[in-house]
Design a protein around this ligand. Structure first.
Ligand code: AMP
Length: 400
């Protein structure tokens, strides 16, 4: 079990605290923040550090400036909005070098409880290479380091991993990070049973390690979305123009065999909504298993599959879901995804966890956001957690 030191285990009074946040928010052409969920999610940790009398130095990446200053990817709009959300000044340390004279001066002038935000960490080319010079620069600003950016925890960068080697004081996790570790870690490693996992999305190839790891842990594994057609094709069934990864048919059969050996129930769709075009305006109909016409493509699971999956979810004590059941972005093909989300939302006393990325977007977009126990803030990071990998950003924090 991961047992990392958190902000509750340290005393930051009068200390300079560098906090790695995930402020990677979408901006429109006028540099307005179009979704501030990540800023709001960062508030509990920041407020706690302010209340405890720390000098709070925030840092984050935003987009992909590829190692050079890009004004359209400056964190300046985030400083402005964070000041409003916190109800106090957030001094933006504009600095093309991130930790240059301007940032150093801003930090030197801080009083206890003040907040400074550094410039986009990816303005520095070393950031994504975990380079020593930038890690040292960041560490030179701080006595203590807090990592609250789960979204980048699967990457070893200067601002979440390298810096921990050079900070003299504690390196701990923030509340957001702690929550992700608790929910994802507990669900996968210490689940209350029955434990059901639902995987969907486009490709088998991108979720191989997730399937393998989960087959070791779950009681039931549900496979929907574009991934399912490779399983169908592996049994010699016609899948028409549906998503198919020929090279993974063998693998699909191997996974089915492994599930059987482990006593894991592996469910794939028993009917499919097929369309004559990849468009919401396409003609579509529902067909049974093995009946996909050669000139059509599967874009959603059918109603019988939704029922089969909902029955499997019903009674579960832990459910983890990653990947939509169909092309939920198109309303005609969102039904399967909605019905699976509904089945999860109806569960009483169960832990329901949504892996980040598309499933989190689907859940929020379809109105189930507040009905789940936990929606992960990290797409790639939550997937790697489900693969059973150690995340460098988590490993780097001090153990309790
Ligand atoms: P992933 O990132 O692998 O979780 O894939 C998410 C994407 O898979 C979403 O954009 C869905 O529209 C897409 N998807 C799900 N089911 C299908 C399907 N049957 N055919 C094509 N794309 C699909």
């Amino acid at each position: 079990m991961l047992n990392k030191k958190s902000v509750d285990d340290i005393n930051v009074k009068g200390k300079k605290v560098l906090v790695r946040c995930d402020f990677n928010v979408p901006l429109d052409a006028e540099l307005n923040i179009t979704d501030e969920n990540r800023l709001v999610a960062a508030l509990p940790t920041i407020k706690k550090l302010i209340a405890d009398g720390g000098k709070v130095i925030l840092c984050s990446h935003l987009g992909k400036p590829k190692g050079e200053p890009k004004p359209e990817l400056s964190l300046a709009p985030v400083a402005k909005r964070m000041a409003e959300l916190l109800g106090q000044e957030v001094k933006f340390a504009a600095d093309d070098n991130v930790v240059g004279d301007n940032a150093k001066a801003a930090v030197a002038a801080m009083n206890d409880g003040d907040v400074v935000l550094l410039e986009n960490t990816r303005y520095r080319a070393e950031e994504t290479k975990n380079g020593e010079a930038f890690s040292k620069d960041l560490a030179s600003l701080a006595d203590v380091f807090v990592n609250d950016a789960f979204g980048t925890a699967h990457r070893a960068h200067c601002s979440n991993v390298g810096v921990t080697k050079f900070v003299d004081g504690d390196c701990v996790v923030g509340y957001l990070m702690q929550k992700e570790i608790d929910f994802l870690g507990n669900a996968v490693n210490n689940p209350e049973r029955p434990f059901v996992a639902i995987l969907g999305g486009a490709k088998v190839s991108s979720k191989i390690s997730v399937i393998e790891n989960l087959l070791e842990k779950v009681d039931t594994l549900i496979i929907g979305g574009g991934m399912a057609y490779t399983f169908m094709a592996a049994h010699g069934e016609e899948v028409g123009n549906s998503l198919l990864e020929e090279d993974y048919k063998e693998y699909a059969l191997k996974m089915e065999k492994k599930a059987e050996e482990k006593g894991v129930k592996l469910l794939i769709p028993i009917d499919t909504v097929v369309a004559d075009d990849f468009s919401n305006d396409a003609n579509f109909k529902t067909v049974g298993r093995g009946e996909i016409p050669a000139d059509m493509e599967g874009l959603d699971i059918g109603p019988e599959s939704s029922k089969l999956f909902a029955d499997a979810i019903n009674g579960a004590k832990t459910v983890v879901w990653n990947g939509p059941m169909g092309c939920f972005e198109m309303s005609n093909f969102a039904k399967g995804t909605i019905e699976v989300a509904e089945a999860m939302a109806k569960l009483n006393g169960a832990t329901t966890i949504i892996g980040g990325g598309d499933s989190a977007a689907a859940c929020n977009q379809l109105g189930f956001g507040d009905k789940m126990t936990h929606i992960s803030t990290g797409g790639g990071a939550s997937l790697e957690f489900l693969e059973g990998k150690e995340l460098p950003g988590v490993v780097a924090a001090d153990d309790k």
